[in-house]
Design a protein around this ligand. Structure first.
Ligand SMILES: Nc1ncnc2c1ncn2[C@@H]1O[C@H](COP(=O)(O)OP(=O)(O)OP(=O)(O)O)[C@@H](O)[C@H]1O
Ligand SMILES: [Mg+2]
Length: 293
């Protein structure tokens, strides 16, 4: 894969400070996020992991500036976030490519409409990026002619061309088959490692979370707040073989035991779905992960 430096991630840090988000009014209120605080460090891969429906997308939308906190504050480089910005781009689970544009035009879309650079320079960067995500031969194809994994890669290139200070990714690989998902994780790591990028990535998959993260922020059940922060000290560059290492197994057990406690408390609070999760986890514990070294 060709290396391209697209300039440093200029963000120093982002702080999510005691953020609460409530939707609706009076009797139809939903508390999606409650007193949630965590930090996204510059040049690090931060992963948010939490149960389905706990408030992950709401947090991403708050940081992106698409939603406003009911209370608390989101601070980027010392400035309070007050709306969407090109410095925080989101890659969503659903494809957001324009179906009427070729892959290369989709990738160039941001800087072209913003007239951020000379056309020649935009084209040069788009071509370098399309090569980097392995779609060099698909520049003139339309999204419908690409596989799911190819669409995800095109979206990555489309986000990266804008050089966001923080790349926000909301379960971008959900729904892909296992093999494509692993490939996508490796692609993303190659794009991240060796480049000074800052990524906040949401997932509900434990293996994906540990494989990618420098910092793993575990969220509670709804309303989301931070249960635990785990430093993932696996060396970089990450390789899929690490998923069978002793350290990986220890980290996975740590994450599972926290999520297990969370599922237990959701169960005792009356959640049927959590009951199923507790039962499934009971079958996996205590030897859910076996290390080969
Ligand atoms: N615009 C909205 N209006 C009202 N309630 C909302 C809105 N957006 C989210 N919610 C509620 O907030 C809670 C958290 O939703 P959110 O989509 O953030 O969870 P999630 O963790 O991303 O879920 P999933 O794992 O399914 O992606 C849910 O109860 C949801 O119904
Ligand atoms: Mg979501």
């Amino acid at each position: 894969m060709r290396k391209l430096r697209l300039g440093p991630a200029r963000v120093v840090r982002s702080d999510i400070k005691n953020v609460t988000k409530q939707f609706g009014e009076d009797f139809a209120q939903t508390m999606a996020v409650k007193d949630c605080s965590f930090e996204v460090e510059r040049g690090k891969f931060t992963v948010l992991i939490g149960p389905s429906g706990c408030g992950k997308t709401t947090l991403i939308n708050l940081i992106a500036g698409y939603e406003t906190p009911t209370s608390g504050e989101i601070v980027l480089d010392g400035e309070s976030v007050a709306g969407p910005g090109r410095d925080r781009l989101v890659v969503f689970q659903e494809t957001a490519l324009f179906p009427w544009m070729t892959t290369i035009n989709n990738i160039m879309y941001g800087p072209v409409v913003q007239r951020a650079r000379e056309q020649n320079e935009i084209e040069r960067r788009a071509h370098a990026l399309i090569e980097m995500v392995g779609l060099g031969d698909f520049g003139d194809k339309y999204p419908i002619q690409l596989s799911g994994g190819m669409q995800r890669r095109a979206e990555l290139a489309r986000a990266l061309i804008n050089e966001p200070r923080v790349l926000l990714m909301d379960e971008p690989f959900r729904g892909l088959d296992d093999m494509t998902r692993e490939l996508m994780q490796e692609y993303l790591l190659r794009l991240f490692e060796g480049a000074d990028r800052t990524i906040l990535f949401v997932t509900s998959e434990i293996d994906e979370a540990i494989f990618l993260a420098d910092t793993l922020t575990l969220l509670s059940r709804s309303p989301a707040h931070v249960k635990s922060v785990i430093r993932v000290d696996l060396p970089r560059p990450r390789k899929l073989e690490m998923l069978t290492s002793k350290r990986y197994a220890e980290l996975k057990n740590e994450v599972l035991s926290i999520l297990y406690q969370e599922a237990m408390s959701a169960f005792s609070a009356g959640s049927r779905a959590a009951g199923d999760l507790v039962e499934a986890m009971n079958q996996r514990q205590p030897k859910q992960v076996k290390a080969n070294k």
